[in-house]
Design a protein around this ligand. Structure first.
Ligand SMILES: *Cc1c(COP(=O)(O)O)cnc(C)c1O
Length: 375
């Protein structure tokens, strides 16, 4: 029996091996310097991120979920405020809203699979304060429509851009369009470290200052806790060693994104004519958007059979977020009826997508998918 090529959905082990010696050297250097918490590596990573994104402030924090929690609290809204966000999203954004005293309201997805601004407008109530697009899969929602809608109703726009580091919309970095955005450096994200880490970005000085203090127990820029000017804070610091690793990885990031986009092109060309699949827009299909392909999410007829067929051929796939849309989490009290999102979740799945896939891997995946629908 010939052995089957194994292509896991995500290459957890290969992630370290890619630059193992360099990573160990970076970690050793930090440890030998005694640089564990909020040392120069955090500052240097933040400045590098600001330059890369073209944003005034980047604040390194423990993870994207807490970046959103702090960002929401820094807006100083009265509890009970409603936040409109797509139901096609990770529960983390909704959790941050909940813990910040707000009410997440899941919204229907549009034909582009991003949040539908028309459905957002219909869901606005007197309690609505925030529109929160989620930049799913490294794509960018229709920000012109969302920003305009927010402007006409006096609402704030914030972005869950955890999946979209380096994406752009009309030349502007996704995550820097609203009042603030966040990124996740969870290992399987486009820019991942070897543990949890995240960042909040903003062009708003007051939000930046507040989040910077809140991540470190309210301490000021001299890392001192003040009496008269004390504010409520918590501990959401990024570990210094993660900042050092991320600063190194950021240098290779544009090449990693270019590789993801090349893989997306291969999928796009190979699957374009398959009527049983619906694909995301190809990497060069929209002059207004530069997508980073955190994920390659497709909608597939006979999805579960296709996944089983791929599994037998050594190809790992997943259904994003365990196959559960936000509004389907009845245990959290949601009761919306969102038929387009329900339908999407019956067919959606992710094919392997990361910069370490070889052309041979991609061709193997393409063959396996094409063969399934040829039968
Ligand atoms: C990964 C992710 C998050 C959470 O990021 P953490 O750093 O793990 O907290 C939030 N939103 C989206 C869309 C994500 O993909």
């Amino acid at each position: 029996m010939t052995s089957v090529r194994q292509i896991p959905f995500f290459p957890w082990v290969a992630l370290f091996e890619e630059h193992g010696d360099e990573y160990l050297e970076i970690i050793r250097e930090c440890l030998q310097r005694g640089a564990f918490i909020l040392q120069r590596d955090v500052d240097e990573f933040e400045r590098a991120l600001e330059v890369y994104l073209g944003v005034k402030h980047a604040i390194a924090v423990s993870d994207a979920t807490n970046a959103m929690l702090l960002g929401l609290r820094a807006l100083e809204l009265k509890p009970g405020f409603e936040v409109l966000l797509p139901s096609h999203c990770f529960v983390a954004a909704a959790q941050s809203i909940h813990f910040a005293g707000g009410i997440p309201v899941p919204i229907e997805l549009g034909s582009d699979w991003m949040v539908d601004p028309v459905a957002m407008e219909k869901a606005i109530t007197p309690r609505t304060r925030i529109l929160m697009p989620v930049q799913v899969n490294g794509r960018t929602a229709n920000m012109d429509a969302i920003v305009q809608l927010a402007g006409s109703h006096g609402l704030i726009v914030i972005e869950d851009s955890a999946q979209a580091l380096g994406a752009t919309y009309k030349g502007q970095s996704t995550g820097t369009i609203g009042r603030w955005g966040c990124y996740s450096f969870y290992p399987s994200k486009t820019l991942g470290t070897f543990g949890d880490a995240g960042a909040l970005v903003t062009n708003d000085d007051h939000i930046a200052e507040t989040v910077r203090r809140m991540r470190n127990h309210g301490a000021n820029s001299e890392k001192m806790i003040e009496a008269e000017n004390a504010i409520w804070g918590t501990n959401c610091r990024m570990d210094n060693v993660h900042a050092a690793l991320l600063k190194f990885k950021l240098d290779g990031y544009p090449a990693a994104i270019a590789r993801r986009r090349a893989i997306a092109s291969m999928y796009q060309k190979a699957f374009f004519d398959l009527r049983q699949l619906k694909l995301p827009p190809g990497p060069d299909s929209d002059p207004d958007r530069f997508d980073v392909f955190q994920n390659y999410e497709i909608s597939a007829e006979r999805r579960d059979e296709l996944r089983e067929h791929l599994r037998e051929r050594g190809v790992g796939t997943i259904i994003q977020w365990g196959g559960i849309a936000l509004h389907q989490m009845r245990g959290l009290g949601f009761n919306q009826s969102l038929p387009s999102t329900d339908l999407f979740f019956q067919k959606c799945m992710l094919l392997p997508m990361h910069h370490l896939l070889s052309d041979d891997d991609v061709l193997h995946i393409i063959d396996a998918v094409t063969q399934f629908y040829a039968d």
